[in-house]
Design a protein around this ligand. Structure first.
Ligand SMILES: [Zn+2]
Length: 124
């Protein structure tokens, strides 16, 4: 009689969390695949801001806009008379935002980097 046990192959069980993560990453991959190159590059490498407009408010403060020539996103800033930012927001072109995916971070951004590299380099 042998006491040796035979290792049974363990079946990998996915938790609900892992299933949700996999589904989300599939959605992010689909989103990345459908983005234009300009949108994908800006999402992955950040915008290439250029001065666009500047004007004065009656109270002495300023409104300025910065424009990303690559994707056409505008950054709109209200500055006080000392140049301190009072408020800021972005005006994105249609199709730039990830509808329904929320903020992209962590592994989401990793997928964007891979998608970005694959547009210019044969890295498969
Ligand atoms: Zn941009």
């Amino acid at each position: 009689m042998s006491t040796a046990t035979t290792a049974r192959p363990r079946r990998r069980v996915r938790t609900d969390f892992e299933r949700e993560q996999a589904a989300r990453l599939a959605q992010v991959q689909e989103f990345a695949d459908e983005l234009s190159e300009a949108f994908l590059f800006c999402r992955e490498m950040s915008h290439t801001w250029q001065p666009h407009t500047a004007s004065r408010y009656p109270d002495g403060g300023f409104r300025r806009t910065l424009l990303c020539p690559r994707c056409t996103t505008q950054r709109v800033q209200s500055l006080d008379r000392f140049g301190m930012i009072v408020s800021s927001h972005y005006d994105y072109p249609d199709g730039y935002l990830s509808a329904g995916l929320g903020h992209l971070a962590g592994q989401d951004r990793g997928l964007l980097r891979l998608a970005s590299m694959s547009r210019r380099f044969d890295i498969a």
